[in-house]
Design a protein around this ligand. Structure first.
Ligand SMILES: *Cc1c(COP(=O)(O)O)cnc(C)c1O
Length: 342
């Protein structure tokens, strides 16, 4: 039986073309800006996103942390979603590295609430922290993957800019959002001072992310990245599969979304879908096993016996993500295995 791994899109393995691209990559010492493959990747990203410059980072976490270090000073406050990766899954980096405090807004719906964000900015009195940054996420809410439309991003970014703050868009899965919304990814980041993209999620690459923005900001970002130990040498070997993915795999992201729809409908028929079918924008589907009278952890252990891996995310919920390593047939197969395990 084929092992089916739906825990995350990060579990996908590089394709043979990606491996070939690594083998053939032209490389050099990137700290000296001598790696032609990294330069090609950075130029390709900057042009795809309509930003002046891109900087190759080790991970989405590194891109996020460098972004906050870049756009804040010690003791300032930043506004971010309570469900965001930056707030929840980055080892306290905001406090440890940037020494800023977080003001969380509720981010469990598809849209950001402009009133919430406006009210999160503090007054200007001597006793208040300065609010210098609004961090958005698109796709939004790591366990949901809502595709946030341009209008909503523009509206809340305008509010932040009026308050004198800057705007960062964590775009780990922004190419999924662009695909789901059928818009040019440039339009999803035009209101952002700085934005990111991760190569190890939908793009199925083994390594890396990019941070993007103006030439001036990215010069500073390179310096901060170096401080964190991100001074790479012949890293073109790891930029090559990302470049390959950007050139060849962006156009297949819709397949993951179609597979997620099939998966969601199947789970819904089994009474195991959490939330509504309309809530599924990208490749992420949440299951709810409360009707089985067992915990998500327990149920995931049962599924493991059928060679099906899912990720328990709470007492009742488990997460499944479609990706480049899973075909449509695998989704039907997974649904059959879920039914037998029930
Ligand atoms: C995965 C993810 C990150 C972190 O990326 P890593 O490469 O795993 O460090 C950041 N933000 C969001 C929204 C993510 O989904």
């Amino acid at each position: 039986m084929k092992k089916l791994d739906f825990r995350s899109d990060t579990v996908s393995l590089p394709t043979s073309e990606m491996r070939q691209s690594m083998l053939n990559a032209e490389v050099g010492d990137d700290t000296m800006r001598d790696d032609p493959t990294v330069i090609a990747l950075e130029e390709n990203c900057a042009s795809l996103f309509g930003k002046e410059e891109a900087v190759f980072m080790a991970s989405g976490t590194m891109a996020n942390q460098v972004a906050v270090m870049l756009l804040t000073s010690r003791g300032e406050e930043i506004i971010l979603g309570d469900t965001s990766h930056l707030y929840n899954l980055e080892v306290g980096g905001l406090a440890a590295l940037s020494q800023v405090q977080a003001k969380c807004i509720s981010a469990t719906k598809r849209l950001y609430d402009p009133t919430d964000i406006d009210e999160a900015f503090r007054g200007k009195g001597i006793q208040f922290a300065r609010t210098s940054l609004l961090c958005l996420e698109n796709a939004k809410d790591l366990n949901r993957g809502f595709a946030v439309p341009v209008d909503n991003l523009q509206e809340v970014a305008d509010i932040a800019h009026q308050h004198g703050a800057r705007v960062y868009v964590d775009g780990a899965r922004i190419l999924n959002a662009a695909c789901a919304l059928n818009v040019d990814v440039k339009d999803l980041v035009s209101m952002a001072d700085v934005c990111s993209l991760v190569f190890t999620k939908a793009l199925g690459s083994p390594f890396g992310a990019v941070l993007m923005g103006s030439h001036e900001l990215m010069q500073e970002a390179r310096w901060l990245k170096q401080r964190l130990g991100g001074g790479f040498r012949q890293i073109g070997f790891m930029a090559a599969p990302a470049l390959y993915a950007l050139e060849h795999l962006v156009e297949r992201i819709h397949i993951d979304h179609e597979n997620a729809q099939i998966l969601a409908r199947g789970l819904n028929d089994l009474g195991l879908l959490d939330g509504a079918l309309e809530d599924i924008d990208i490749s992420i589907v949440i299951g709810n096993c409360s009707k089985l009278k067992q915990s998500a952890l327990n149920f995931s252990e049962q599924l493991k016996k059928h060679d099906l891996l899912v990720k328990p995310i709470s007492e009742n919920n488990f997460r499944m993500i479609t990706h480049i390593g899973l075909e449509k047939e695998d989704v039907f197969d997974a649904l059959n295995r879920i039914e037998s395990a029930m």
